[in-house]
Ligand binder design. Structure first.
Ligand SMILES: [Zn+2]
Length: 137
């Protein structure tokens, strides 16, 4: 009798599993939304994960009392007014590394012909794109 009860229980559990499978018949026309895993996005500037850098002529940059960049491409973020100078031009259609770059935190639009500034921060980028920045004319 005990074996029969156990068998009944196993049958009952199996039927639950099977009925769960068949409880959701595979409707052919139902489009199931794919699970979208969004990458983690870090806000960099004005709700975006990057500074929207617009071309602003050329830059003369000094750092630690000496000239660092002379006549290099100059950019300004259209949202937060960060001014950046890059040794190479990342918008060129052919590959040109950004190289040495320098930025200055600024609070208003600069002249379209460029800027002369003492850098707040200096770095080097061996690639033609840089995390947190988008360059355009
Ligand atoms: Zn910005």
């Amino acid at each position: 009798m005990k074996k029969l009860r156990l068998f009944a229980l196993v049958l009952f559990i199996l039927s639950l599993l099977i009925s769960q499978v068949y409880a959701n018949p595979p409707y052919k026309n139902v489009v199931i939304d794919p699970i979208i895993v969004k990458p983690e996005v870090y806000e960099v500037c004005s709700g975006k994960p990057y500074h929207d850098m617009k071309s602003r002529g050329i830059a003369l940059v000094s750092y630690n009392d000496s000239w660092l960049l002379i006549g290099s491409p100059c950019w300004q973020c259209k949202n937060c007014y960060l001014v950046l100078a890059t040794e190479g031009d990342p918008t060129y259609p052919y590959y040109e590394p950004i190289g040495t770059w320098a930025y200055k935190i600024y609070d208003e639009p600069i002249n379209i012909y460029g800027a002369c500034f003492d850098a707040d921060y200096v770095g080097y980028c061996p690639d033609n794109r840089m995390d947190g920045y988008r360059f355009s004319y």
